[in-house]
Design a protein around this ligand. Sequence first.
Ligand code: OGA
Ligand code: NI
Length: 254
Amino acid sequence: MPEKQRYANSPATYEGYGSRLGVEKGAILDWGDYYFLHLRPRRLMSHEKWPSLPPCLRETVDEYGRELIKLCERLMRVLSRGLGLDGGRLQAAFGGGGDDDGVGVCMRVNFYPKCPQPELALGLSSHSDPGGLTVLLPDDRIKGLQVRKDDNWVTVEPAPDAFIVNIGDQIQVVSNAVYRSVEHRVIVNADAERLSIAFFCNPKSDLALGPLPELVTPDRPALYQPMTFDEYRLYIRKKGPRGKSQVESLKGER
Ligand code: OGA
Ligand code: NI
């Protein structure tokens, strides 16, 4: 506990060790802890906020980050082409590459302890990821992630050495809902704990992001009001996870 407290996060920075998203009193808590780190832009990355043990951790996370940034760039190219646009278009809309002044990259390591009455709790309440893309490294032995398909929750079967990729709210906004963010949640287990690592690739935080003009037509008007990711994320950090209501609230007047 003292070690956790040394790295405790605050709603202001979000970075470090914590156990709940959202600061509203009386909210139902999730049965999980997380450690949150910023990787890009580099000025937000401070190794002092990262655990110093095990000794290889900082170097390993740096390397993992560099490789996953490359993977996200490839995925964004594929998604751009899927919209009939130039391969670099989505990344450009997100503020471009570059370690200091482009997309934002952060990581959330989730820990879901054993829960004596798992039917009464969730490890992480229903939400869609607020940013662009999420590359999730799930625990390959223990199930836990569920995605919503219409009115059903479908449990994702982990495959060894595979990532799970989520579309986040900002890709829904920029693509004018051609792509839709996935609603998901995490269930807990009575006899096994579970770990996962979520890697988030987000737009540059101070750009006002709305639907790409190429995707707005008289038949398909812009569905979302522009907002910066800084504003959007602050709202979510205060309120906590709430299904897809947050991205829906960007529709029309606010
Ligand atoms: C998240 C998330 C899923 C999991 O961190 O946003 O949805 O399986 N995690 O831990
Ligand atoms: Ni998520």
